[in-house]
Design a protein around this ligand. Structure first.
Ligand code: IVH
Length: 714
């Protein structure tokens, strides 16, 4: 998309603009016009580096400065705003209802194949229809998101819509403009194209999906069943600002209409390559062309194996005839084109029966109904219980004990009741009755204003206390092996542990009073507890179970403090200045640290020697004292991974070249700024091979490259 020379120019221009921020602010109309254009150019470039290539060349802070400068100019002189300005990605107004628009060509669905035989049958039909055996097929992932159609006219993104009924969809242009992988302007005219409609999918990564659902559960909202529903729900939100806050991605995979017609790419491969060159996210590196159906089949199998490692949910592979000139001869049925077929992976849904419903008390007192199921295999895993989340979820789906339900377990996602099979009802199914008192401590349950969940508000409720201890010991928190649910319960019942602080004063002889524990296993547990003292402040903060503080938030918090004691005086303002921390999260943190009883626990942890300070980097290891900066693409692994390795071996990983840098490791397509700075400061540059040489005795370099190959899926 950008030549090396152009990249250099744009980086140079970025530097200049950053230096001239003061002047830009004061610019008169004529100067502002020039600056606005320049700012747009560089912002577009940095969006591309960040979102498409995932290798930014400036810091987030610098990016924000440029973005703000442009936004301020446009505010001062609104006539300068253009529809493709990067600022238009976050529209300020509420859209209201979505208008309905007609697609330039109907959005059909795909025919499905579930076996190799069905693929062979497809191959036979295609060859018969086109009258030759020389047919190439392209194969690409079938993304499980929400289908979209994008229209570009004279290089500008004019209109985006949902699939709708195939003929007409909802116009959601403003929402789609918030997705940074959809360019607001793309140089189709360089390909002689004036008007084009392209098809694609809005996606949510599995990681982001997990995060959104955790937040929804915390807020008492029903979580999304799968990333597909989350994407579909997100692009239809009425407020584009909210859309922008969900980290959505878009991948495009089909050109469906072109004017002038003769400029349409001749093959599907060329079409996707064009989109790739123009800066879209496409199936490009994962798309392969085969000249035999056997090649197609083995590629599909290969992907079925690795689907779980892919960052996005995919439910199959799409096989398309590569030569688009054959499309006409092949034609369409009323539902799908005959030039494409979807090879569907094994289903991750199954039906089973609800045997009973139990009510669990969470660590903040939330009561969650959990359905016990007749065990069933879903995508290779036995599922025997499923969360029903809250009363609203149960009511909305009208779930009853004895019902037959459809269960889905997408990827590593928790199982979910998709629907009740009402046709299977016999009449003896029983409604789910919510308790009025806490199943653990018996206190009256309450529903707080604005919340969906019933809650036990007795903070000494045994179930809550035990859940809090369990959470502290969990893998992502303090990772105390051997401290499972049963042990926590036994320790609590014996009065040995009343809060997480007590764990660090446990003696092996006390633990041995629990049935099933002998000297050795008791020692193992005390050792595991001892080992957990140095997990770091981020995991302590997460482990304390502060409402809304997940591991990501905990990591962000730790960057701003020296020790846990800093939370004594932290202000709302300081908290909300931290990325992703809004007033609700900030208030929850303030509230937690304003409670005397919480500080008592923290004191106990401190006296026991649990590390509550942010670790000063003074590590041991073969790279001790050496500061590494990486630039360009590494063949062995991502830069983040390389950084992890450096830190593990005692070195320091940094993103900027300074006089303290020991080595600049140069990968492919190195960044001009870092290279120049290294030259200016006389920093030693080394190749990736030299870096690998340094670490090869400590790290399995070959395995690293293998993993890298598997992970470069986009
Ligand atoms: S091609 C007329 N390619 O699957 C065919 N579709 O079940 C145009 N989908 O509506 C679509 N990944 O939303 C195509 N690589 C891919 C796809 C893909 C996902 C979706 C798309 C379509 C649905 C059909």
């Amino acid at each position: 998309m950008y030549t090396q020379e152009r990249e250099r120019e744009l980086i140079e221009l970025t530097r200049r603009l950053l230096k001239e921020l003061g002047t830009i602010k004061k610019a008169d109309f004529e100067k502002a016009k020039v600056y606005a254009e320049k700012l747009r150019e560089v912002i577009r470039y940095h969006d591309y580096k960040y979102y498409v290539q995932a290798s930014p060349v400036i810091s987030d802070y610098e990016y924000d400065q440029l973005f703000r400068a442009l936004r301020d100019l446009e505010k001062k002189y609104p006539t300068l705003i253009t529809p493709d300005s990067p600022t238009q990605r976050i529209p300020s107004e509420i859209t209201g209802k979505f208008p309905v628009v007609e697609h330039l060509s109907p959005m059909l669905s795909l025919d499905n194949a579930y076996s190799e035989d069905e693929l062979k049958e497809f191959d036979r039909r295609v060859k018969e229809a086109v009258g030759t055996d020389k047919v190439e097929y392209s194969v690409e992932p079938k993304y499980d998101g929400a289908g979209i159609a994008l229209v570009y006219e004279d290089d500008i993104f004019r209109r985006g819509s949902t699939r709708g009924d195939g003929e007409r969809g909802e116009e959601i242009t403003n929402n789609l403009k918030t997705i940074k992988t959809i360019p607001l302007r793309a140089d189709f005219s360089a390909f002689g194209i004036r008007l084009i409609e392209i098809r694609g999918e809005v996606l949510i990564s599995k990681e982001e999906f997990k995060k959104i659902n955790e937040e929804r559960i915390e807020e008492g909202l029903p979580p999304f069943a799968n990333p597909r529903n989350a994407s579909a729900g997100s692009i239809r939100l009425q407020n584009p600002r909210e859309v922008a806050s969900r980290k959505l991605d878009a991948v495009v995979y089909q050109v469906s209409y072109v004017e002038p017609e003769e400029k349409a790419p001749k093959t599907h491969y060329e079409a996707v390559r064009m989109l790739h060159i123009l800066g879209f996210k496409t199936p490009f590196p994962d798309m392969r062309v085969f000249d035999s159906i056997d090649g197609v089949i083995s590629y599909c199998r290969e992907w079925e194996e690795k689907r779980d490692m892919y960052p996005y949910e995919i439910d199959g592979m799409v096989i398309k005839v590569n030569n688009r000139e054959f499309y006409e001869a092949l034609g369409f049925t009323s539902h799908h084109p005959r030039w494409a077929i979807a090879f569907k992976f094994k289903a991750r849904q199954a039906t089973t029966r609800i045997l009973s419903v139990v009510f669990q008390v969470g660590r903040v007192g939330t009561i969650t109904p959990v359905a016990k199921l007749e065990p069933v295999q879903v995508g290779g895993v036995t599922v025997s219980s499923v969360s029903l989340f809250n009363e609203d979820f149960v009511k909305e789906k009208d779930i009853r004990v004895g019902d037959t339900v459809l269960i889905e377990r997408a990827g590593e996602v928790i199982p979910y009741v998709v629907s009740v099979v009402k046709e299977a009802r016999k009449g003896d199914e029983k409604p789910i009755v919510f308790p009025e008192t806490c199943p653990s401590c018996g206190s009256k349950l309450v529903k707080l204003p604005g919340e969906v969940a019933w809650r036990c508000i007795n903070i000494s409720c045994p179930a809550q206390v035990m859940q809090r201890i369990r959470h502290w010991a969990s893998r992502e928190a303090m990772d105390i092996k051997g401290l499972g649910e049963a042990t926590v319960k036994a320790l609590y019942k014996r009065g040995l542990v009343k809060d997480v602080g007590d764990l660090y004063y446990l003696k092996a002889k006390d633990i041995m009073t629990i049935p099933g524990f002998a000297y050795k296993s008791a020692m193992n547990l005390t050792n595991a507890i001892e080992d957990s003292k140095n997990r770091g402040l981020d995991r302590v903060l997460y482990g304390l179970g502060i409402r809304y503080v997940g591991l990501t938030t905990a990591k962000r918090l730790v960057k701003k403090v020296k020790s846990i004691w800093d939370f004594k005086n932290i202000t709302m303002e300081e908290l909300t200045r931290i990325e992703d921390i809004g007033p609700i999260v900030a208030r929850s943190i303030k509230e937690f640290f304003s409670r005397e009883e919480n500080w008592k626990v923290i004191e106990k942890l401190h006296k026991a020697g649990v590390k509550l300070e942010v670790e000063k980097i003074e590590r041991e290891g073969p790279l001790k004292g050496k500061v590494f900066v990486f630039t360009g693409t590494l063949r062995c692994c991502s830069r983040e991974k390389a950084g992890e390795i450096v830190e593990k071996l005692g070195g320091i990983f940094s993103n900027t070249v300074t006089s303290k840098t020991t080595y600049l490791v140069v990968g492919e397509d190195p960044g001009a700024t870092k290279m120049r700075r290294a030259d200016q400061l006389g920093i030693k540059k080394i190749s990736e091979e030299e870096f690998l040489e340094m670490i090869k005795d400590y790290v399995d370099v070959e395995k690293l490259s293998e993993e890298r190959k598997k992970m470069t899926l986009f």
